[in-house]
Design a protein around this ligand. Structure first.
Ligand code: KG4
Ligand code: ZN
Length: 342
């Protein structure tokens, strides 16, 4: 039986991750998956500061690797291959990861595999749910929003995506506009629970346009306008105003994502299912809407557990494992790429 133990590294945004994954026959088992979040370091700046992120990754990578090995009960010399996010992402962080991975692979004399971060997200349902190709993936995070048709570990087709902001970014900006804490997604979702989504008339950008491209920046601007009108009329926002605005915004995002998902599923022929990944997939009302879209298309809906939906190294190790099995190998010429479309 095939058996291979792979170490994965992730450092493309504000999470430093390391994971150990083992191939055992048909299964891939996550032996450990640790992550150090930089949220606190960037909190004062209202967004991720690339310089601070790069330095923190460089400081944390070794520690995370040690932790991942210890938790897995695996010695460094038992690692058969090293996988690393080689892009897309903030270049300083990606470079830190790529350099660390090169050092480890060279020291061990074992293969190095560069992984596209988006492929990591897109292949996660295969790891968590044994999903089979081809399937449709909606990737929704703070930095990404796209529909991918996944036909194999190296076979992705982008069917459409946002033409401006990613939904997570819009959640974060709306939270900031309304004086709610960061990250905005959970805060907006929490406030929306007590809100009336129909009170304010918010747009559903590009909904009537053919294709599955999306836009979210106008929606954020519409929220800003409603807020300013309320402030001008009554001198501030009440708790209820805030709740209603959050509920209205969240419903608009869900309408757009659900509507475009239905369209993305059209004309794809036989698919095994519809999957979602990325931090925004944590949103319960959005998950329910997407689940309904899949059901209407007669397809199973797969949403990986949250820790594997957000940025993590297990998904990089897994994508690296599939690439390795397909014969992919990188060497010391592997470069870090800020942009890298699938
Ligand atoms: O995938 P992720 O952890 O990091 C990247 O962007 O790569 O996603 C983080 C994003 C943030 O914008 C956050 O506000 C959003 O996911 N998010 C949510 C929720 N939880 C996190 N958005 C909506 N509802 C949530 N419950
Ligand atoms: Zn990501």
């Amino acid at each position: 039986p095939r058996s291979l133990t792979i170490l994965g590294l992730e450092s493309s945004c504000d999470d430093t991750g390391a994971a150990v994954l083992r191939r055992e026959g048909d299964k891939a088992v996550i032996l450990s998956n640790v992550v150090a979040s930089q949220t606190d370091l960037h909190a004062a700046f209202g967004g991720v500061v690339p310089e601070i992120a790069a330095r923190a990754h460089a400081e944390k990578l070794d520690i995370m690797v040690e932790q991942a090995l210890a938790e897995a009960g695996v010695a460094l010399c038992e690692i058969d291959a090293v996988a690393v996010t080689a892009g897309p992402g903030l270049i300083g962080g990606v470079l830190s990861g790529v350099m660390a991975a090169k050092g480890l692979a060279m020291g061990l004399g074992k293969p190095l595999v560069g992984v596209n971060h988006l492929a990591g997200h897109a292949l996660t349902p295969v790891l968590t749910d044994g999903m089979r190709f081809p399937y449709l993936m909606l990737l929704v995070s703070g930095g990404h929003c796209q529909f991918l048709r996944v036909d194999g570990p190296q076979d992705f087709r982008r069917l459409g995506g946002t033409i401006d902001d990613a939904p997570g970014e819009a959640f974060d900006k709306v939270a900031r506009l309304l004086g709610l804490p960061q990250p905005g997604g959970p805060a907006v979702e929490g406030a929306a629970r007590a809100g009336d989504p129909a009170r304010f008339d918010l747009p559903r950008p590009l909904m009537d346009r053919p294709g599955c491209d999306m836009s979210f920046s106008g929606l954020k601007t519409a929220v800003l306008r409603v807020r300013d009108d309320l402030v001008a009329a009554q001198g501030g926002l009440s708790e209820q105003d805030r709740a209603d605005l959050c509920a209205g915004f969240q419903a608009a995002v869900a309408d757009v994502l659900a509507g475009k998902s239905a369209r993305a599923l059209e004309g794809q022929g036989a698919l095994t299912g519809f999957a979602v990944a990325g931090g925004v997939a944590a949103n319960a009302s959005l998950r329910a809407r997407l689940d309904a879209v899949a059901a209407a298309a007669g397809l199973p809906f797969v949403a990986p557990p949250l820790a594997l939906c957000t940025d993590n190294a297990a998904m990089i190790a897994f994508a690296g494992l599939l690439l390795h099995e397909a014969g992919a190998r990188d060497d010391l010429t592997l470069s870090a790429r800020p942009r890298w479309p699938l």
